[in-house]
Design a binder for this molecule. Structure first.
Ligand SMILES: C[S@@+](CC[C@H](N)C(=O)[O-])C[C@H]1O[C@@H](n2cnc3c(N)ncnc32)[C@H](O)[C@@H]1O
Length: 296
């Protein structure tokens, strides 16, 4: 029997750089099938159902057509439970908060790239180019290719992996020689023992599909004997998690240095800066911490 699905029309909040549930349309079929696991981020199927019932019908169809079948079935089972607009908006806020960054990466990659350009991590300290000279290096969660640019001309061979095709497109224009593939920490599209070094900046997260212990196991699988992996993270919670896995922490003297964008920049870019908790001083500069771990 097909589950009943009743839409609940609500007005989508708009403006000020806000992304909302309709922006889930930017997540492609492959991403939805492989990485869309809201239940791992505290979003129960009922909450996702309420959020999608208030979305544009074509967005709800898109998400449910491509999400993992068990998730789609669990969501559809809540397709007609009693609800009201306030509850639907609350559910949408929860979903939009969890997927805000992914919706920005996939839907507004140029704006995300300009946001990214506002930050200067201490790359020479964390990933000294001479360390990677002549080696085969894999950057996981390469995004717009920040680390690939950093090691271009030093590493013998550069691989960049990311689940976001639009960001990979941007990385490809910056480092045409890099080998770019869709994928993620959960399943690196490389053979066992095929790289000398793995690097990652700002991409590793705690959940298994975004990193976690499975991600560390994947890193070890693709490393050649004696190879090293360095993972930089910008969240204290992720750093605590990595410490708990037994990864070796490497003290970082520097910090991520930010420069403020002009007021005329896209409101989404300003919003991303707020979400990243970047507080600029009078001089238009800010710093945020970064933690570095070695996994062997
Ligand atoms: C904050 S950005 C960092 C990008 C880049 N490393 C940099 O330093 O600018 C996070 C990146 O992680 C990617 N990502 C999301 N899920 C991922 C996963 N499961 N495995 C690997 N990367 C993932 C995103 O698509 C995005 O490009």
């Amino acid at each position: 029997m097909t589950a009943v699905w009743e839409a609940v029309p609500v007005a989508m909040p708009r403006g000020g750089g806000l992304l909302w549930v309709d922006d889930l349309c930017h997540l492609g079929p492959d991403y939805l099938a492989r990485y869309f696991r809201p239940q791992h981020q505290g979003i129960a199927p009922r909450v996702l159902a309420l959020a999608l019932r208030g979305a544009a019908p074509e967005v709800a169809d898109h998400v449910l057509a491509h999400a993992a079948p068990e998730l789609a079935a669990a969501v559809r089972a809540h397709g007609a439970v009693d609800t009201n607009r306030a509850e639907v908006l609350q559910a949408q806020l929860a979903v939009a908060s969890v997927y805000f960054w992914e919706m920005a990466y996939h839907g507004y990659p140029e704006v995300y790239e300009r946001f990214s350009a506002r930050q200067q991590p201490p790359l020479d300290e964390m990933f000294p180019p001479e360390t990677y000279r002549g080696r085969t290096v894999l950057d996981v969660g390469t995004g717009g290719g920040r680390l690939l640019v950093h090691l271009d001309g030093h590493a013998a061979e550069l691989y960049g992996i990311d689940p976001c095709p639009p960001l990979l497109g941007i990385a490809g224009t910056k480092v045409p020689g890099a080998i770019l593939r869709e994928g993620g920490f959960d399943r690196l599209p490389l053979a066992d023992a095929s790289v000398d070094a793995v690097i990652s900046h700002g991409a590793y997260q705690i959940s298994e599909e975004r990193g976690g212990l499975a991600g560390l196991a994947e890193i070890r699988r693709v490393l050649r004997p004696g190879g090293t992996a360095r993972i930089a993270v910008a969240k204290a919670e992720t750093a605590r998690h990595l410490r708990s896995t037994g990864a070796t922490e490497i003290p970082v003297r520097g910090a991520i240095e930010w420069t403020a964008p002009p007021k005329t920049e896209d409101p989404l870019l300003h919003h991303l800066l707020r979400l990243a908790r970047v507080a600029f001083g009078e001089d238009g500069r800010a710093t945020t911490p970064v933690w570095l771990f070695e996994v062997g």
